[in-house]
Design a protein around this ligand. Structure first.
Ligand SMILES: Cc1ncc(COP(=O)(O)O)c(C=O)c1O
Length: 349
């Protein structure tokens, strides 16, 4: 099971690294010179070799999550790459396996895939030319966009341009394959899609608990799930279509601002900061039936990726239960909802 695992991240602890080495995982993605030398010293102590891939930032910009540029906290800068591989070659405890980069999330611009894959191939070729190293794998990371226009529910909802990629995963595969034709040696291509695979498996049900109308005619619906449940809506600003399932047959034609229950002005389902800068990533309003009111149940779609693991108890909120509906319509609670006592479960007095 561990043989297929890659351990990645900018802040791995000594303990974690030792465990990964002992489990003989597929490889560790090294994030800095410090970590490379640390791994070598652990390898010497454990009398083994550590299989590594170096994470690099090829200066590829993605509009959401800029993980492929040197102003981010990740990996080796372009001008450090040869030095890092040379060092890795000279360290007795290190066995080089590959190279890794991850450009961002919801990469809906095909040019990012074209430029990113070309950049990785060029860098791998440079390593081959200068150090004679044939990397066993080239890992292009994740970030395949979720297509919110697929399997559209008939009800109207607005989809921001950025969340409507005009290509699919086959096109991404094609452009990557095209770039890899220029690789001067044989290597395996790794790709790490996350959200694209799992996002549409999840629906969040949330209830409208409050309503207000501002003097300037803006209608607000406050729901019982905020960024305590969907942190990604605040931090990553992923878009989640919203439907009123209590009134699913009514026309979704009235503009509402939607907010969560938390005592934070940013606990909303639009992009406040972006609106101030006149470049919002998310739609200002959501269109729901005019009669939407407290008690109605709303469904937020495409929440299946990362959601459950980044829910939290901020503001003393209870995490909701998670229900799994299998293909044969079996319904099963796979995580019970928090109880009030869970909030103090780990405290000691
Ligand atoms: C290194 C790496 N690979 C793959 C992924 C998956 O990305 P996504 O879910 O956007 O496809 C992530 C997400 O943060 C990541 O950091």
């Amino acid at each position: 099971m561990y043989k297929r695992q890659i351990f990645n991240g900018p802040g791995k602890t000594l303990n974690e690294l030792e465990n990964a080495i002992k489990l003989d995982i597929h490889c560790i993605n090294v994030d800095s010179f410090y970590e490379l030398k640390l791994l070598d010293s652990i390898a010497e102590r454990l009398k083994t070799k550590v299989k590594v891939s170096l994470r690099i930032v090829p200066e590829i910009i993605s509009p959401i999550l800029r993980t492929g540029i040197s102003t981010s906290k990740f990996g080796f800068e372009k001008n450090e790459i040869i030095k890092a591989y040379r060092l890795a070659l000279n360290l007795k405890g290190i066995e080089i396996k590959g190279i890794h980069a991850h450009f961002g999330s919801q990469i809906s611009d095909i040019n990012t895939w074209i430029n990113g894959s070309k950049a990785l191939v060029n860098i791998a070729n440079k390593i081959y030319d200068e150090l004679g190293l044939e990397l066993e794998h080239v890992n292009i990371g994740g970030g395949l966009p979720v297509d919110y226009t697929k399997n559209l529910v008939t009800t109207h909802y607005e989809i921001p341009e950025y969340f409507k990629p005009d290509f699919n995963e086959d096109d991404v595969a094609k452009v990557i394959a095209e770039s890899f034709k220029d690789l001067n040696f044989a290597s395996s291509l790794y790709i790490e899609p996350g959200r694209r695979i799992i996002a549409d498996s999840g629906i969040l049900l949330t209830r409208i608990v409050n309503f207000k109308e501002r003097s300037f005619n803006e209608k607000w619906l406050i729901v019982d799930a905020g960024f305590n449940v969907l942190l990604s809506s605040r931090v990553l600003q992923w878009y989640y279509p919203i439907l009123n399932i209590s009134k699913i047959s009514e026309k979704h034609d009235t503009a509402f601002r939607i907010g969560g229950p938390l005592c934070d002005a940013h606990d909303v389902y639009h992009d406040l900061e972006g609106e101030e800068k006149k470049k919002p990533k998310l739609p200002k309003h959501r269109f729901l039936p005019k009669s939407s009111s407290p008690g109605d149940l709303l469904a937020m779609l495409h929440v299946g990726a990362y959601g459950p693991e980044i829910m939290m108890n901020f503001n003393g909120m209870l995490k909701p239960p998670i229900v799994m509906i299998s293909k044969d319509s079996n319904v099963k609670i796979i995580r019970r909802g928090d109880r009030i006592e869970d909030l103090v479960m780990y405290e000691e007095f």
